[in-house]
Ligand binder design. Sequence first.
Ligand code: ATP
Length: 327
Amino acid sequence: MVHGIRCIGLLTSGGDAPGMNAAIRSVTRAAIFNNIRVKAIYRGYKGLITGEIKEFQTQNVSNIIQQGGTILKSARCAEFRTPEGRQLAYENLVREEIDALVVIGGDGTFTGARLFSQEYNVPIVGLPGTIDNDLFGTDSTIGYDTALNTIIDAVDKIRDTASSHERLFFIEVMGRDAGFLALNSALASGAEAAIIPERETKVDQLEELIRNGFRKSKNSSIVIVSESEVTGGANGLAERMRREHPEYDVRVSILGHIQRGGSPTAYDRIIASRMGVAAIDALMDGLRNIMIGIVNNEIVHVPLAKAIKDDKPVNEQLLGVLQILSI
Ligand code: ATP
């Protein structure tokens, strides 16, 4: 065995995302296919520290590709942020004879992974599992497409009541630091505008919206808003709107956790399956401390440091498209 990897540990961490199970299935089966053992670690880094670890066979991942959430559970683990916590985690890796880790999560998960691999020289490959799509180096993260479709489904329903009552709806979606969900769901649901974190410091987006005279031809409107401490999200903007423009009948809908749930879309299942196989290939090829991404429908390898640190820009031209289409 040239690559020297006999056993991998596999965990999901941070916010759960639809398609994580498809990724777990793929990593597990690709490893076993290549005669590499798989140890499933429960509750993210927490399970690594407490030793909540179980060997998986191929049947442990049967019948999960269609399920949302993660069968491995996810947790936030403050202890892993400390050197003492990471040392306990390493001791468990050694005890379990785990040679490498595959971690599925977002930028926090990768930040922890990078630190751990630097301290203990453990080969780690990350799979981007987050609904926010905020990781640099991949066109899409696992879970993003499903969340986008869930949002569109909800907005279509809200539109029925918005138009019946001629109301202005601010609909809040997830993505505190990244406007991908807001911008693309606004486009796909025919909303009038999107208010996104990338523009928060550049311009007063609410004022801009009024100035552009949104939907002059109709009384009902839908504006998709990223959650935000700066604008106060949908509630903050609605309050401001009521104060400054009492002529509008304003309502708020915060979509919340439904955005994380549900059966993954075909697209998320497919990228999760491809990325899982690519993770095992990468480890066998001697690659370390990278994230698997997909760019232009091709698998790519992105250094973890880049995936975490580099900002992934939203395509702000889409705001122009939205404006044109909302006349
Ligand atoms: P999402 O984008 O969906 O929120 P995430 O992976 O960014 O997912 P976090 O809660 O930020 O979610 O991180 C997951 C876990 O990674 C944390 O609970 C912690 O155990 C670990 N982690 C995050 N940042 C660090 C860090 N700086 N050092 C060590 N571990 C970290």
